[in-house]
Design a protein around this ligand. Structure first.
Ligand code: NDP
Ligand SMILES: CCCCCCCCCCCCCCCC(=O)OCC(=O)COP(=O)(O)O
Length: 324
């Protein structure tokens, strides 16, 4: 009995020795290393974003507006783009007053153009380069969504969605790319969607435009790596913005409904912070979504047949709900 308890005491002592000489120093050492790594990462990101010329499209609302706030607070020189000059000026004013007590912050510049008008895009790119000299980071954020059945949707609606979400952003990218290549410096960001990776019923034009976005910017990333230009594709799930309200329907009219999924999505400010840190860390792509949309992406790739059956069932259910 005595021998056993002596042995147990000795084992306990060895365990305590091991804890104090190996486990605790290892734990604190790793924590310290991790903290140091995060600090260095944060400092690199700060240096990268401070003073960088950042162009944000669709800055008048939702995610674009929150990205503008986040990059402005990080010290970037913003070029706010949109269709409504009053809204852009108001935002520029809001940003300036919000932070006028802080040093190293820059007054935003505004440029008005419509992404569905190629001529106005080329003109805007020229104006941006004339004013800022160069662009460090282009955030292709502006976009519209769509609701409708393929059979009832006119080709003009498909084209409108593709013009805004795909042709507009790629035209702006192509217009700014030569100056980035010349400087061997630049970063292009595409705000895509989970629907750039999966297609769900009654979103054909939107999902197609986002799949095209994903494909184009993946190709671009490979082609411009040699010029030290970075490409980041962000694929968000639902965000609380006006996207569903502003969505275009089969006959071209505005949908005008705040969908439950949209209203219950992540806040635009949260997603903007993810965009800021993805850009700051020069990530190649980021999926920012809840459990179901994320699982849906994996399901689409790993078990496509199951995913297609689920989507067919979803279409049936939605059609039934609409008919009743
Ligand atoms: N909300 C969501 O659930 C999700 C959104 N996204 C993506 O996020 C991006 C931002 O959308 P979000 O903030 O949600 O929606 P909002 O409707 O709030 O913002 C869209 C922005 O795009 C601008 N825009 C629309 N059409 C044009 C055009 N023809 N020319 C120039 N600008 C235009 C709008 O300008 P104006 O004010 O003039 O209309 C507005 O500033 C989009 O690419 C969207 O696909 C991705 C995944 C989920
Ligand atoms: C093993 C279990 C797997 C369960 C997987 C279930 C699959 C369920 C389907 C979920 C579909 C999610 C769709 C997400 C779509 C999305 O997040 O889109 C973001 C947007 O761009 C929103 O635009 P919209 O105009 O459609 O509001």
């Amino acid at each position: 009995m005595g021998l056993i308890s002596l042995r147990k005491t000795a084992e306990k002592g060895r365990l305590m020795d091991l804890t104090s000489t190996v486990i605790i120093p290892l734990l604190f050492g790793s924590l310290g290393l991790f903290a140091l790594f995060r600090l260095l990462q944060w400092m690199r990101m700060r240096t990268y974003l401070q003073g960088a010329v950042v162009v944000v499209t669709g800055a008048t609302s939702g995610l674009g507006k929150e990205c503008a706030k986040a990059f402005h607070a990080a010290g970037s020189r913003l070029v706010l783009c949109g269709r409504d000059s009053e809204k852009l000026k108001d935002l520029a004013q809001e940003l300036t007053t919000m932070t006028n007590h802080r040093k190293n912050l820059h007054e935003p510049h505004t440029v008005v153009f419509d992404l569905s008008d190629t001529k106005s895009i080329l003109n805007a790119a020229e104006l941006i380069l004339k004013h800022s000299g160069h662009v460090d980071i282009l955030i292709n954020n502006a976009g519209i969504s769509y609701r409708g059945t393929i059979i009832d949707t006119g080709l003009d609606v498909d084209k409108k969605v593709m013009e805004t979400n795909y042709f507009g952003p790629i035209a702006l990218t192509k217009a700014l790319l030569p100056s980035m290549i010349k400087r061997r410096q630049g970063h292009i960001v595409a705000i895509s969607s989970v629907q750039g990776k999966i297609s769900i019923p009654f979103r054909s034009a939107y999902a197609a435009s986002k799949h095209a976005t994903q494909a184009f910017f993946d190709c671009l990333r490979a082609e411009v790596e040699q010029y030290e230009i970075d490409v980041t594709v962000i694929s968000p799930g639902y965000i609380q913005t006006n996207l569903s309200l502003n969505a275009v329907t089969a006959d071209g009219s505005r949908y005008g409904v705040m969908d439950k999924n949209t209203a219950e999505g992540q806040t635009a400010a949260e997603v903007a912070q993810v965009v800021l840190s993805a850009v700051g860390q020069k990530k190649k792509e980021v999926l920012v979504a809840g459990l179901m949309p994320s699982l849906a992406v994996y399901l689409r790739n790993l078990f496509p047949k199951l995913f297609f059956n689920l989507m067919a069932a979803r279409a049936k259910k939605e059609r039934k709900a609409k008919d009743s």
